[in-house]
Design a protein around this ligand. Structure first.
Ligand code: THU
Length: 157
């Protein structure tokens, strides 16, 4: 038996202003996207923004439904919209932000497992790393590739 470890590196920023210009723009777009959230059940409003290889930013927000499983997270709403509208463009990065009744959380919003799996697939499709930026009012985390938030990714069929 051999014990193994998985090492994950990520960057922590104190504010959006510390991000580089592209990431700053994407972070603001994710926060802005929170306005599109429809969350009458959880009241947790999430916004996401995807940057494509042509520079385009596509926004998404969580959409809830009385039949709970019919709703969708902000990240997948954004990624599916991006893929549907710009099928030939790579997704370079995704940012997300969330908060109860639109009040940005102090800690960074972290994506659910299903959204991470969808991110992984678009990263594999593009063949290039897709960075993930999680935004909170108190700190921001940036992961350079989806592998860092979904180790041992399933992508083999
Ligand atoms: N939600 C997202 O949109 N993204 C996440 O990463 C986590 C959760 C949404 C789903 C649901 O509408 C609400 O937040 C509460 O879970």
């Amino acid at each position: 038996m051999t014990e193994k470890e998985i090492h994950i590196a990520f960057a922590e920023y104190r504010s959006i202003e510390e991000l580089n210009a592209e990431d700053r723009e994407l972070a603001h777009a994710a926060i802005d996207a929170m306005r599109g959230s429809y969350a009458p059940y959880s009241h947790f409003n999430v916004g996401a923004a995807v940057r494509l290889s042509n520079g385009q930013i596509v926004q998404g927000a969580n959409q809830e439904n009385a039949a709970f499983p019919s709703g969708l997270c902000a990240e997948r709403t954004a990624m599916f919209a991006a893929s549907a509208k710009y099928p030939d463009k790579d997704m370079q990065s995704i940012a997300l932000a969330g908060g109860v009744y639109g009040q940005l959380t102090e800690e960074p919003a972290t994506p659910c497992g299903a959204c991470r799996q969808v991110m992984a697939q678009y990263q594999t499709k593009s063949g290039k790393p897709m960075s993930v930026i999680m935004i909170g009012a108190g700190r921001i985390w940036k992961f350079e590739r989806v592998d860092d938030i979904l180790p041992l990714i399933f992508d083999s069929i």
